[in-house]
Write a protein that binds this ligand. Structure first.
Ligand SMILES: [Zn+2]
Length: 356
């Protein structure tokens, strides 16, 4: 068996090549489908691959509710809709206009953790297997993830970025991710991961490490137990990324991984910064029975009350209560978390992390 670090190194180049091929195929497919649409349904000008003026004829519009709308012609110029007019030709049977879908929680990973042996396993074991996912070119990785989202109909993606590829700086890597979002053409919300405790288990790592051989302990320590930045340093990193990439199509949020991975000092610093700047917070919350057990053990007065005391419960917080990758156990109910009161008080958003 190769050491984990050797495996990571040996697969790095191969994965980069595979990603590049995937991206090239995806872009070619998108270009071909646009060209086919152009020839069939549009009167337009095409300059250097970009539409200048486009008239899409006979489009059925899908609106909220049950209102039936007659087919329309949609006129676009420089990538924007400039007019919606009564249909002048026979309605198309294949054109439907609707708001683009929103992918409200994604991790912008180039490949699914199932590619690294994480399928059908508890979250706690497949998360560690992410360590075997090699670092790849962050632009290509984001291009693959956002390309998949766009082809699935998403026009806006929340990317809870859970690790940096490196070796470039975090700000430069965020610029590469932003460049990929712009090239794909999606709106991006970039939540930067934040964590400072429990990298291996929900508690002290030594009892686990002491059960391992020296070689295994050294490998695990090198892979998972590197020092984590001070809370203030992590806040400043998010603000630096925001200053570098935020704009009309991109916003940046604080992305604490989850209460069991964040100290009170870090969560309090995030809450204070969010109150001060209005920056939103995106966080997993008790995805598994083991995380719930940790929370019950650590915060006997309730995790919701604890987060509220730290100042984190607010309309700026989106919390994701459990992970569909962990469906082997009964999901934790909102009422049993004591979140109902906080939800009523603060309108915290809740949903499910479906991106394994
Ligand atoms: Zn998630």
């Amino acid at each position: 068996m190769p050491r984990l670090s050797e495996f990571v190194q040996s697969t790095n180049d191969a994965l980069n090549r595979a990603l590049l091929l995937t991206c090239e195929c995806g872009i070619t497919n998108l270009r071909n489908s646009r060209m086919q649409l152009t020839s069939n349904r549009m009167a337009n000008e095409l300059v250097e691959g970009r539409f200048v003026t486009v008239r899409i004829e006979g489009v059925t519009v899908l609106l909220a509710g049950t209102h039936a709308v007659s087919p329309v012609d949609i006129v676009c110029a420089d990538g924007r809709i400039t007019a919606i007019e009564p249909c002048t030709a026979a309605p198309s049977r294949r054109l439907l206009a609707m708001p683009a879908l929103v992918n409200a929680h994604d991790h912008a990973r180039p490949l699914s953790p199932t590619s690294f042996g994480g399928a059908a396993k508890p979250l706690e074991t497949w998360l560690l297997r992410l360590g075997a996912m090699p670092a790849v070119d962050p632009y290509l990785a984001a291009l693959a993830a956002f390309g998949r989202a766009a082809r699935g109909g998403a026009g806006s993606v929340m990317a809870h970025y859970t690790r940096f590829m490196g070796p470039m700086s975090a700000v430069d890597e965020a610029r590469e991710v932003a460049r990929a979002a712009a090239d794909i053409g999606i709106r991006l919300t970039f939540a930067v991961f934040m964590r400072d405790r429990n990298p291996l288990v929900y508690g002290p790592a030594d009892p686990v490490l002491n059960l391992l051989s020296v070689n295994a302990r050294d490998t695990i320590t090198a892979q998972f137990l590197s020092p984590m930045p001070h809370p203030q340093e992590q806040i400043e990193r998010v603000e630096a990324i925001a200053a570098a990439i935020e704009g009309p199509m991109i916003s940046v949020q604080f992305g604490p991984n989850g209460p069991q991975w964040c100290s009170d000092d870090l969560l309090r610093a995030i809450a204070d910064a969010s109150i001060r700047t209005g920056r939103r917070v995106h966080m997993h919350l008790l995805e598994t029975r083991y995380q719930r057990a940790f929370a019950d053990r650590t915060y006997p007065h309730g995790i919701a009350a604890h987060l509220e005391a730290l100042g984190l419960m607010s309309p700026r917080l989106a919390a994701w209560p459990w992970h569909t990758a962990s469906t082997w156990h009964p999901p934790t109910s909102i009422s049993s978390l004591g979140l109902e009161r906080s939800l009523r008080l603060t309108r915290v958003q809740t949903c499910i992390c479906a991106q394994a």
